[in-house]
Design a protein around this ligand. Structure first.
Ligand SMILES: Cc1cc2nc3c(=O)[nH]c(=O)nc-3n(C[C@H](O)[C@H](O)[C@H](O)COP(=O)(O)O)c2cc1C
Length: 356
């Protein structure tokens, strides 16, 4: 699949942008696991224009994680275009993605993110402004939802007509989360409208499908039944970065565990994708989080990295069903140092190892 001139290979699987989740450490790990491209969390255009340090820090990328997309959001065409210029200068990402899908009140309620589904003309103007400003130097893409609310019976979702208009503004790919804003994250993602956008003969840019993909099987269905050009995974990566490695490559025989990718060799002596290997991956993730997230940390160097990673560990499906895990989970969420986290993880190892 091509985004502009960027070749992501056949049937690519992408890491979704997620606030407070897809930091530099997690993105790099997911790339090593086989994600074809990774996305930063969204960054407020206004804050970038004002050069707010905390927002500028979110633009930090490393060479090994490329291709990487930086996502921005805002509701003013001028400042989103200005922010795109800053993103290009600071991070030189492989893609700049525009967020028109965030449903939370502090964003959508102010007319940004999914709020722009109520102002499709403005959404197109913002897109055009960014493409005109940076589109000759970096592919610009859009991520959005199906509509603000569900349409009346028999009527199409807004995106079924809006997709063409967005394409006309010059974007290089369109990512669709199969929910409306009203749904937030509830109910089931609806992939039929995504398929209809993809099948529209006038749509020639790649369509990335997103929503509820949590297994290799679901991923296959997305490609085969709904015909999308790429699949994007969000929540199913929490505490499970190896989901990308579990999805068979085209060259793998059906039902067989693929060989361990080179980038992952050395993380663990245990067999690839075994419970012990996964536990070692979580330890590696914690170490990497501290190394990369806290690079500029001074006084309490480990702390920010620990904060970012411990929620992943506590949510990991690796520990699902372990007896009395509740207490362990609380301990994980309270851990304040790498030693403490490692100690808790090692205490879980005998129980995890005996899991099927
Ligand atoms: C904690 C969290 C943070 C998110 N932050 C962003 C974001 O910054 N930008 C964005 O486009 N979507 C964001 N999303 C939405 C996801 O990218 C994705 O569209 C959504 O979770 C549906 O995919 P999934 O079912 O695979 O999780 C976020 C979702 C979650 C759960």
């Amino acid at each position: 699949m091509l985004i502009g001139k960027l070749d992501l290979g056949p049937s690519p699987v992408l890491l979704a942008p997620m606030e407070d989740v897809t930091d530099i450490g997690f993105r790099l790990l997911c790339r090593r696991m086989g994600a074809a491209m990774v996305y930063s969390e969204f960054v407020a255009a206004d804050a970038l224009v004002r050069m707010v340090n905390k927002s500028l820090q979110k633009l930090r990328v490393c060479q090994e994680e490329r291709p990487v997309a930086i996502q921005i959001y805002g509701r003013d065409a001028g400042s989103v275009a200005e922010a795109a210029e800053i993103v290009l200068a600071e991070a030189a990402p492989d893609v700049i993605d525009l967020n028109f899908g965030c449903p939370v009140k502090r964003v959508a309620g102010k007319g940004a993110g999914a709020g722009l589904l109520q102002q499709p003309d403005l959404m197109c103007r913002i897109t055009r402004a960014v493409v005109e400003r940076v589109g000759n130097r970096v592919p610009v893409t859009v991520k959005t939802r199906l509509d603000w609310t569900a349409p009346a019976a028999g009527q199409p979702y807004l995106i079924e007509t809006l997709a063409e208009r967005l394409q006309d503004q010059g974007i290089s790919a369109l990512t669709l989360h199969g929910r409306t804003r009203a749904q937030m994250y509830t109910g089931q993602a609806c992939w039929e409208p995504i398929a209809r956008v993809r099948q529209n003969p006038r749509i020639h840019i790649p369509v990335v499908g997103n929503g509820d993909i949590d297994s290799a099987e679901a991923c296959r269905t997305a490609f085969e039944r709904y015909g999308v050009d790429a699949v994007m995974i969000g929540r199913a990566t929490f505490g499970r970065p190896w989901i990308f490695a579990e999805i068979p490559r085209d060259d793998a025989s059906a039902g067989q565990i693929p060989p361990c990718p080179k980038a992952l060799q050395g993380i663990s002596p245990h067999p690839f994708l075994s419970p012990d290997w996964k536990l070692d991956v979580l330890k590696f993730q914690a170490t990497e989080s501290i190394r990369l997230v806290d690079r500029q940390g001074k006084d309490n160097a480990e702390y920010r990295g620990i904060l970012h990673v411990r929620r992943h560990l506590a949510a990991s499906p690796l520990f699902k069903g372990l007896p009395n895990f509740r207490q362990t989970r609380i301990a994980m969420l309270r851990a304040e140092s790498l030693d403490e986290l490692f100690h808790i993880l090692e205490e879980c190892r005998p129980l995890v190892s005996t899991q099927a």
